[in-house]
Write a new protein. Structure first.
Length: 368
């Protein structure tokens, strides 16, 4: 991993691979060529507007977010800052790229407003529910137990990446919902120096793992314009993605640099993910009949060879009084509203029993 504290102008995307810069966000973004990144993850200042030090009931200090980088003169000043960095991010995002932004109730609604005004296309808002949130010590409000993420594509027509099947696998074969539960960053993962947190809002790696796995592919380029202590870059490196980060604070920059250098990429053969069905070429069953891969009159049968159906000349199949598509007839036999005929019906090829889906895959890969 290379780091660079200089202010040289970057001329091509090769110079953006696996590097981090110590510099001001908007200033550095302006030096990046158009359409350079597949994904942007942004954890900007929240503008929390904390006016006084927070204390627990025993009068001890709460180590909340009271850093200088989170303070702005006014909402107008904060809005201008957000419009500037979001405009640059849109310019350097690839046409089919997407952006994630995380925030609290203090700033996420303003960020959503700016995203829409800049013609990003909002895809989802995600609730990150913390199972170990900091309590409301004064007892004057609800415990703030979540943060909100906005996921948006560059525009309405963007063909953004969404690894649906991989997310289902992460979630025990159930569709991934828009409410995620992760603990706040703690334990060995939390970076500390002399017993104190290096960064007040370090995000958990599990959160970035899900985001990167969901919306990028291996070797995609990821930008974090507010790198902090390097969570995005470290996880991107582990998952075989290219990363580029910008961090203004020298202390955070050094911590990020050290952390990224220690991160180890997962072995290449373990980085493969399940291909989305929607990304696969589609071929109707009837096309296999038209092309002679399966001939009219061929007998299809279920896995236990209890039910036989014949292929008709139009690509339909017939079992007793039932006729229709491979899916409709399979569903009729199974007593369900729908069923995947590709994984139900078999046929004989020579002396072998073959799943018809295998014939389809052979056709797609080799063009039988």
């Amino acid at each position: 991993m290379e780091s660079n504290c200089s202010r040289k102008i970057m001329m091509n995307t090769e110079q953006l691979k696996n590097k981090i810069l110590n510099g001001e966000c908007v200033e550095e973004l302006k030096k990046i060529p158009d359409k350079s990144f597949d994904l942007i993850f942004a954890d900007p200042p929240y503008n929390l507007q904390i006016g006084e030090k927070l204390k627990r009931p025993d009068d001890s200090k709460v180590n909340g977010v009271d850093d200088k980088w989170d303070k702005f003169e006014s909402f107008k000043h904060y809005d201008n800052f957000c419009k500037n960095w979001l405009s640059e991010c849109k310019r350097i995002l690839k046409d089919n790229g997407s952006i994630w932004i995380i925030g609290s109730y203090h700033n996420i609604f303003r960020l959503g407003y700016h995203l829409q005004n800049l013609n990003y296309w909002l895809l989802n808002d995600i609730i990150w529910r913390k199972n170990n949130p900091m309590p409301n010590f004064r007892g004057t409000r609800f415990t703030n137990a979540h943060e909100t993420l906005i996921w948006a594509s560059k525009n309405k027509k963007s063909k953004y990446t969404f690894n649906y099947q991989s997310l289902k696998c992460l979630n025990d074969d159930l569709q991934m919902r828009s409410d995620w539960t992760f603990p706040i960053c703690s334990g060995k993962e939390r970076l500390k120096k002399n017993g104190k947190k290096v960064h007040s809002t370090q995000k958990p790696e599990a959160l970035l793992h899900r985001i990167i796995l969901a919306t990028t592919n291996k070797d995609d380029a990821i930008l974090d314009p507010f790198l902090g202590t390097g969570t995005t870059a470290a996880v991107a490196k582990k998952l075989g993605r290219k990363y580029f980060g910008i961090e203004k604070d020298k202390k955070y920059f050094k911590a990020a640099n050290d952390r990224i250098n220690k991160a180890k990429i997962i072995e290449g053969n373990c980085l493969d993910t399940i291909e989305n069905n929607k990304s696969k070429p589609r071929i109707p069953f009837g096309s296999l009949v038209e092309l002679g891969v399966l001939k009219p009159g061929t007998v299809l049968f279920d896995p236990k060879k209890k039910f036989n159906a014949k292929i008709m000349v139009d690509g339909s199949i017939k079992y007793k009084e039932s006729e229709g598509s491979i899916h409709k007839v399979a569903a009729k036999i199974m007593g369900t509203e729908s069923y995947n005929g590709w994984t139900y019906w078999h046929c004989k090829v020579g002396n072998s029993t073959v799943l018809i889906d295998s014939l389809r895959q052979r056709f797609l890969s080799k063009g039988i």
